[in-house]
Design a binder for this molecule. Structure first.
Ligand code: MET
Ligand SMILES: [Zn+2]
Ligand SMILES: [Zn+2]
Length: 416
């Protein structure tokens, strides 16, 4: 191949990390942390394992800067992944097969196990080039992101250990870009989980009557579907970006009277449940949506109850929306942008992320954070079958991080 020995080794280390089974519901944090800390030690980074929740380790790596009076930079990546259905993949999701086109197939290849290895390899290259950081560089490898971050980044960001790092700026995950421009994200949508339960009298399967559990649940689903369409129409008409509307998507339904062969078919059940994934852009008023859920989506007068889990903060500690300025008013932004360009990369207009990351927990603390995964010319495959990343794209990302990390950590003394 046309790769150097170092590059082949870097690809191999990426594959090794991808082969560790970090998918929910039983992510192997212990093996992941063991692998990452041994890599970090081989590079000469300091390692510290923290445990804010039993069995969910968080690995913190540090390269102290020459000027400890300056705030530090933090590079974040979550260890855990969503599950995969092996029978529906071209290659087993934890084999990290590299095909003839250089595509490396694995759950987590894009979301976001590439980042941990790219950060480490960029630091390895900078060490080899005798680079001396002015600001301290920290890397956090965190658990629990895919289930909401409550036992990972949320606890970390409010901890003594975090405060002691004096973090001035954070990079976290973004998303792949199908074009040759890298994407960058200055805010996330907030994730809510909504579970609506409808109850009613059970009845013979042949009977027509009002207010049955299934009828009530179907009313809910219809009303939500209409709202969903109103949001999606704005996207289709080009008025708003996908990440600027409220998304609401059904993710499970649970109903029916179980029987040994499936469900009792001649009985209308007495309860039924549907779960929705809801995402709110930072620009919308959460109270309006709370009211809509209460009055229109799951009205008590139609025998519905609901559980709304608002996962994580909506505002920062000063009451502002969780958004990082992505313009010249933010010196970190300028340094970041210039470094990406200096690496030979192109940057798309900054966006709100349609999904959600741990960055919101540091934004909550008032710390600027950008979402960035340097994957250009790559289909967006997070949470999908056959998630992959090309070897060339992976290697290119290491180079981009070398530029970005060295620029951020050299950033002058008279700034934040
Ligand atoms: C539900 S919290 C966020 C988890 C994941 N990153 C997502 O966007 O779905
Ligand atoms: Zn992710
Ligand atoms: Zn994810």
């Amino acid at each position: 191949s046309s790769f150097t020995q170092l590059e082949e080794d870097q690809i191999q280390r990426f594959q090794k990390y991808l082969q560790i089974r970090t998918a929910h519901p039983n992510p192997d944090y212990a093996s992941a942390v063991a692998f990452l800390s041994s890599e970090a030690q081989s590079i000469g980074l300091q390692t510290l394992t923290l445990e804010f929740a039993r069995g969910k380790s968080l690995l913190l790596l540090s390269w102290p800067g020459s000027d400890p009076s300056l705030s530090s930079i933090l590079l974040n990546s979550h260890i855990d992944s969503v599950p995969a259905e092996p029978s529906k993949w071209l290659h087993p999701p934890f084999a990290a097969v590299r095909d003839a086109a250089g595509r490396i197939f694995a759950r987590g290849a894009q979301d976001d196990k590439c980042l941990a290895v790219q950060y480490l390899e960029a630091l390895r290259n900078l060490k080899a080039a005798s680079f001396v950081p002015r600001r301290s560089i920290h890397v956090s490898l965190v658990p629990d992101e895919e289930t909401g971050g409550a036992d990972g980044a949320a606890k970390f960001a409010t901890s003594q250990e975090f405060r002691a790092l004096n973090v001035g700026f954070v990079l976290d995950e973004g998303q792949a870009s199908p074009t040759d421009e890298f994407r960058v994200f200055y805010a996330d949508r907030s994730p809510w989980s909504l579970i609506v339960k409808a109850v009613g009298e059970p009845g013979h399967g042949s009977r027509m009557y009002d207010n049955g559990a299934m009828e009530n649940l179907m009313d809910c689903v219809e009303v939500v579907a209409r709202f969903r369409e109103s949001q999606f129409d704005q996207v289709k008409a080009g008025i708003k970006a996908v990440s600027e509307v409220i998304s609401v998507n059904p993710v499970f339904v649970k109903a029916g009277t179980p029987s040994p062969t499936g469900f009792v078919m001649n009985m209308q059940p007495s309860e039924a449940e549907v779960g929705f994934d809801v995402r709110l852009p930072p620009t919308v008023d959460p109270d309006l949506l709370r009211k809509r859920i209460d009055e229109e989506w799951a009205p008590a007068i139609r025998n519905m109850t609901y559980q709304l889990i608002e996962k994580g903060p909506i505002k920062d500690i000063a009451g502002r929306p969780l958004a990082t300025p992505a313009n010249e008013s933010n010196p970190w932004w300028s340094v970041f942008q210039q470094a990406v360009i200096a690496s030979g990369g192109k940057l798309a207009r900054p966006e709100i992320l349609a999904s959600t990351t741990d960055a919101r927990f540091v934004r909550q603390m008032g710390i600027p954070a950008l979402g960035f995964s340097p994957m250009a010319n790559t289909p967006i495959l997070l949470h999908e079958h056959n998630e992959f990343l090309k070897d060339t794209v992976f290697l290119r990302g290491i180079k981009v991080y070398e530029h970005v990390i060295s620029a951020l950590s050299s950033f002058p003394a008279n700034s934040p």
